[in-house]
Design a protein around this ligand. Structure first.
Ligand code: G6Q
Length: 541
């Protein structure tokens, strides 16, 4: 692996880019009736259509050449064989092992913990697990942040339709007291179970919320300290601190340092998911992910969905100079997908030094943003269609709705199909002029309005269409996204599995915290920080 700007493939791609950059997608479609067949892949219940990208078959060949020069196959092999490819933390990267079938297991412990999860979920669902007043549990409050929050929260939302019994999951992540206070306001503590989810069990936000939850519980409900065992369980790698917090290690679900936080929803961090949808559905989620793992590991790059999607993203980032990447779900169940992908991609690939610590002279992760269709259409799509930047878009949509009502789903999907067409084809000057003429406007008015009505088009998109939202389909989609992130990291020669960038702010906050108490004026920082802190102190009620 090297600086890919120095590869032969990069040079060839650059020349190819100069030839192809002005090509219009409309013309590519007009000249090849088989374009969709050529640039789409079916994988189980999922269809990946990447035909609306500014590419030809030569582009794909050259991008694959680049992947080969960057030794992508070797790195895939290394990850799946458990090598310590997270080089700055000296750790293996084995989230795939969490979803392997037992017969192929790389790590036996995974199945012990999964059994422990199954027993626990069964106890909660059967009502055999009782709170300290003898009530059964109906509400699960997950206290965690970052990777210990975003994945499970997104999946719980996405698979809401598969909920079993009357279990409701709630998520508290922010250290802003409003988050926990508002969450607990309408809950009956007698029926509430707190999951303290923290890989390290040292995260300030999570521990602050956990201590508050425990204090509220002790004040309002518990008669004695041992009642805690009936309402608090922990998901962590840190047994010592879990014990110290007062949680019985029997009620602790472990995972391992080879699972990165943002890749951990498949581990016991997924306990809120399993509690909401049941262990059988949770295992279907794992199976769907495993199927995609095998596809990624064993399929030729020309037919490999994560590899192709990653290379296309790189094509826009490093050749078309795209700075962002948009994700739109025409599926209300995926409303939290953009938040989750934001962490997955931006925390993993938001790096500016190589694996060996050398400063990079090329762009890495684009800014990920997005939302659900059709809401986003009425919000920021204006910029996608007529803004000055090229922003590739990934669309996700189900063929079948889990909530068929009236004509909603056809209306929804017609918008999805229409948006991808509008982005691609745009509206030419002639077409816009004709529209205005047909609306009966005079020549002067048309002249004035015309520039505002033109859509340049030629804006690329991928479409991911799946039969319907199921645990297995979701598992495949998420595993695909993880592998896309991994492939980009390899291409850019960065370590996608650390996140040192989040440390500095944390350290500074620790220094500032004691300064916020007491009356004395703060003069030790720059004038802005002093001014802000002193304004805070003077006005604090
Ligand atoms: C994710 C990151 C980060 C982490 C949180 C919570 O990949 O590592 O988002 O998940 O900082 O960490 P703990 O689970 O240790 O509390």
């Amino acid at each position: 692996m090297k600086n890919f700007l120095e590869t032969n493939s990069y040079r060839l791609l650059k020349e190819h880019y100069n030839r192809i950059k002005g090509v219009q997608l409309r013309d590519l479609f007009a000249s090849s009736p088989r374009r969709f067949d050529e640039f789409s892949i079916k994988f189980e219940d999922l269809l990946f259509d990447y035909s609306k990208n500014i590419i030809t078959s030569e582009t794909i060949e050259l991008l694959i050449g680049l992947a080969e020069e960057q030794k992508l196959s070797e790195m895939i092999e290394k990850m799946f064989s458990g090598e310590k490819i997270n080089n700055t933390e000296n750790r293996a990267v084995m989230h795939f092992a969490l979803r392997q079938r037992e017969k192929d297991a790389s790590v036996d412990d995974v199945f012990q913990v999964r059994n422990q999860m199954r027993n626990f979920v069964n106890l909660i669902h059967s009502g055999d697990w009782k709170g300290c007043t003898g009530e059964t549990i109906t509400d699960i409050v997950n206290i965690g942040i970052g990777g210990s929050d975003l994945g499970p929260k997104m999946v719980c939302k996405a698979l809401e339709a598969y909920s079993v019994g009357n279990i409701k999951t709630h998520f508290v992540s922010n250290v802003d007291g409003t988050n926990i206070v508002e969450t607990l306001k309408n809950l009956n503590l007698e029926r509430t179970l707190f999951l303290i989810s923290s890989k390290s069990f040292t995260t300030q936000e999570t521990l602050t919320n956990a201590v508050t939850a425990k204090a509220i519980f002790l004040e309002k409900l518990a008669k004695e300290e041992k009642d805690i065992a009936k309402h608090f369980v922990a998901v962590s790698t840190n047994e010592k601190d879990v014990k110290e917090f007062g949680i019985d290690p029997k009620n602790m679900f472990v995972f391992w340092d080879w699972v990165g936080g943002r890749f951990s929803l498949w581990s016991s961090i997924g306990l809120p998911i399993a509690l909401q949808i049941g262990m059988d559905n949770f295992e279907k989620l794992l199976d769907g992910a495993n199927a995609m793992d095998l596809h990624f590991k064993n399929t030729d790059f020309r037919e490999n969905i994560p590899v192709l999607a990653a290379l296309l993203s790189l094509w826009y980032t490093n050749f078309f100079n795209a700075k962002s990447h948009c994700v739109i779900a025409y599926d209300q169940y995926l409303e939290k997908l953009p938040d989750y992908l934001q962490q997955l991609e931006m925390e993993s690939n938001g790096k500016s030094v190589s694996r060996d610590g050398e400063a990079l002279s090329y762009s890495t992760s684009p800014i990920i943003f997005g939302g659900v269709g059709t809401d986003s259409q009425h919000s920021f799509f204006q910029l996608l269609h007529q803004g000055t930047q090229l922003i590739p878009v990934d669309f996700f949509a189900p063929v079948n709705s889990l909530n068929p009502v009236g004509n909603h789903h056809n209306i929804l999907l017609s918008n999805f199909f229409a948006q991808t067409e509008a982005l691609m084809n745009g509206k030419s000057r002639e077409e816009a002029k004709l529209d205005l003429e047909q609306s009966g406007l005079g020549a002067e008015e048309i002249q004035k309005l015309l520039p505002h009505k033109i859509f340049k088009g030629n804006r690329p998109s991928n479409s991911f269409l799946y039969k319907k939202m199921t645990p297995a389909v979701l598992g495949s989609i998420l595993s695909m996204c993880e592998h896309i992130t991994f492939v980009k990291g390899i291409m850019w020669n960065i370590n996608s599995f650390d996140q040192w960038g989040v440390e500095l702010g944390k350290q500074l906050a620790k220094k500032i915290l004691p300064e916020l108490s007491g009356k004395e004026k703060i003069l030790s920082h720059d004038s802005s920080r002093n001014g802000l802190i002193n304004f805070f102190k003077e006005n604090k009620e």
